[in-house]
Design a protein around this ligand. Sequence first.
Ligand code: ADP
Length: 468
Amino acid sequence: MSVSVLAVASEVFPLIKTGGLADVAGALPAALAAEGVRVVTLVPGYPAVLAALGATVAHPPRDTFGGPARLLAGQAAGLDLLVLDAPHLFARPGNPYQNTDRRDWPDNAFRFAALARVAADIAMGALGGWRPDVLHAHDWQAGLAPAYLHYAGARVPSVMTIHNLAFQGWFPAELRAPLGLPEGADTIEGVEYFGGIGFLKAGLRFATKITTVSPTYAAEIQTREGGMALDGLLRARAADLCGIINGIDTVTWDPARDAAIPQCFDIASIDRRERNKAALRRRMGLSSESRGPLFGAITRLTAQKGSDLLAAVLPEIAACDGQFVLLGSGEPALEESFRRAAAAEPNRHAVMIGYDEALAHQIQAGTDVIVVPSRFEPCGLTQLCALRYGSIPLVAAVGGLADTVTEATGFRFHPVDRGELAAAVARTAERFADAAAWRAMQRAGMGEDVSWARPARSYARLYAEARA
Ligand code: ADP
């Protein structure tokens, strides 16, 4: 029997992406199709989404908090989409959440409540012809959807997935009535959170099932240290909470067929990676003389990702005659510290501040090591790409990093501090000097299944449980 799911996400690859959520929302539907699950994804009508949408069917206008909106049904990039075209909310340039000064859009509560409310309406049959069996809400932006279902008295099963507990969607209590939440909803048993309204809290409170993106992170978020103030609620819902590790899109990320890299290769021709390393060094202005490993990182520059720790171990990388290439953007002070390091030793350290898909592929294909020193990491995708591309992951043993990188496929360190990372860099360089051992690790990593096949089966099972 085929199951239909309405996924609700604020970003979806390749149409609009700021992080791993987009990758998941973009790749899971195709993998679930193989499990007999049909996914239709509801996304906001950002300019980039509307531009990519093929022929559409428009559903009648509805009011979305102060402006007219249409729901467009169409396809793009192989995805079945429902797009909430509400110009007063989404017809804005740039980042989905922030203006050009990196401040949150002041009406984010209404923008994403509108998305969630439309999702709940659809789940309750607003489209007439099609009604999903399960509503799957991703992150705080979709968090109110299970709450709207609850307060409407609808018995539609729902799943709430946490991609990053650090982003919770908190808004002032005065917005309760304007957001269409009933009187009495603002209690601890409802959507109330620290005196205001918590969008993610609402989803965690009312969803039938809760998932996050790795088993270790599922355990960490139930602790005081990792729970970011939601651990109590998560412990209370432990019976309905599980961790399902992410996959990666193995078509987009396929070293044997990757148009973005100079030299394709596979597990039987790992030696061909050398050409990618040489090309990457040339592109980034790095010397070809260094005998240590070429380390790389592709990341948001934030404390979560341990970017400060990374900047702090550049001397250790230099000490083992290694090199370092960074692709990332984020906190200005971190951007500046990497820029300074690269300017001081341009043959050894190279930094590209910005977002660049093609360069991300070239770094995966050309580095020896991908470093992921996150203080916490729900799943992490760059280490999965690294495994597939024969770059050895060096990771903090937390969250999804701990679940996906073993001693056989990478290097792990814990606790997450400068000293342990520095020691792990030294261990990595030592192993790199043993070419046979290094090649064995690359083979082990490239042999791992990092596709969506297994996770998709887990989600399909979970949807069945949510319905039962
Ligand atoms: P996040 O917490 O940012 O979602 P993930 O590791 O789960 O971290 O996913 C990040 C995704 O974004 C990966 O696919 C990674 O390759 C990509 N990425 C991050 N920064 C950049 C960048 N500057 N340029 C290109 N891709 C990037």
